[in-house]
Design a protein around this ligand. Structure first.
Ligand SMILES: Cc1cc2nc3c(=O)[nH]c(=O)nc-3n(C[C@H](O)[C@H](O)[C@H](O)COP(=O)(O)OP(=O)(O)OC[C@H]3O[C@@H](n4cnc5c(N)ncnc54)[C@H](O)[C@@H]3O)c2cc1C
Length: 287
């Protein structure tokens, strides 16, 4: 590994100050689960590494009418927090399917979002949940809905010197159910071949579906929001309707052939994970 200067700022202001001053020479370290591998392999060769780990104000989960996730909150904390499990079970479920406990303990939610890797679980669930990404730079803070945050694989709207400082998630309305389904080959710890997050709200008196959001991961260069989910609105979705929606959602995806399989195979898996996620989310919304 090429030697580099190591800087550990104590505040967001200090962190973005250093990043803006050092420009292309600087590289951000979150939990380090991917960044350390990139440094070791020489994928990135920065002059200085800015470790966000000392920025206390970006730690933890806070309740502010919705949920504020500090960028440094670990994926494990999202999985285990009792409040998240009760009010945002979709997020806890997706977090619990990331890699293994060792990775979940070090990887941060901010790092998972900023990395922009298509084969991930947390961004899929955050997109289904309508999350908003807080971005901080020297000129201040701005907020970007997560479905407009990704530009391409490993590419986001972050400008040079900006960091993800937190993520806000609105509280789901009553009678909402969520489900995240991840499909892997080999070990369940592997990155997903494909995944789907579904979040649906039902009218308890009629059973009609009044809101439905389906997001597919590893389904294209960025998380794919399925327009097909709109066909669930306005009635009690039958298994046949769910099947049709899953078929249409998979057709909207743009999966890339890679080591995990060819495009046609991933599309088939997407159809299955969407159908299962929707069926399960509807069941949960009704109970
Ligand atoms: C073996 C293994 C298996 C995995 N399997 C899965 C899986 O199945 N599903 C899944 O969802 N994830 C999985 N992950 C996790 C995922 O791939 C990333 O490693 C993780 O989400 C990155 O989080 P981090 O905090 O460690 O970020 P880091 O590794 O520190 O950083 C990743 C990238 O984001 C940038 N960055 C980090 N934090 C910020 C910030 N706050 N603002 C701006 N830029 C930032 C860094 O510069 C770097 O480019 C796996 C990881 C490993 C190592």
């Amino acid at each position: 590994m090429r030697p580099f200067e190591y800087i550990r700022p104590a505040s967001v202001t200090e962190a973005v100050g250093v990043l803006s001053e050092r420009g292309d020479d600087a590289f951000v370290l979150g939990g380090g689960s991917a960044a350390v591998v990139m440094l070791r392999l020489g994928v990135v060769r920065p002059e200085c590494v800015v470790d966000l780990g000392g920025v206390e104000e970006m730690r933890g989960l806070r309740w502010n009418g919705g949920l504020h996730i500090g960028a440094l909150a670990s994926i494990r904390s999202l999985e285990l927090d009792e409040g998240v499990r009760a009010a945002y079970p979709l997020l806890a479920e997706a977090a619990s399917q990331v890699a293994n406990v060792r990775v979940r303990n070090v990887a941060t939610v901010g790092g998972a979002v900023a990395y922009g890797e298509p084969q991930t679980d947390t961004p899929t669930a955050l997109t289904a949940s309508g999350a908003v990404v807080r971005i901080t730079g020297v000129s201040g803070e701005r907020s970007v809905p997560i479905d407009g945050f990704y530009v391409g694989p490993y590419e986001t709207v972050l400008e040079q010197g900006e960091i993800v400082s937190g993520i806000d998630v609105p509280e789901p309305p009553p009678h909402t159910g969520g489900c995240h389904i991840k499909f892997t080959v080999g070990s369940p710890e592997n990155k997903p071949v494909a995944n789907a997050s579904a979040l649906v709200t039902v009218d308890p008196s009629s059973g009609a579906c009044v809101a439905a959001r389906v997001v597919m991961g590893a389904a294209g260069p960025v998380p794919v929001v399925a327009n097909a989910a709109d066909a669930l609105l306005g009635g009690e979705p039958s298994p046949e309707r769910i099947k049709d929606v899953a078929e249409a959602a998979a057709a909207e995806a743009d999966p890339m052939e890679d080591l995990r399989g060819p495009e046609w195979y991933k599309r088939r898996i997407l159809r299955i994970v969407v159908e299962r996620a929707l069926t399960c989310a509807l069941q949960r919304a009704r109970t």
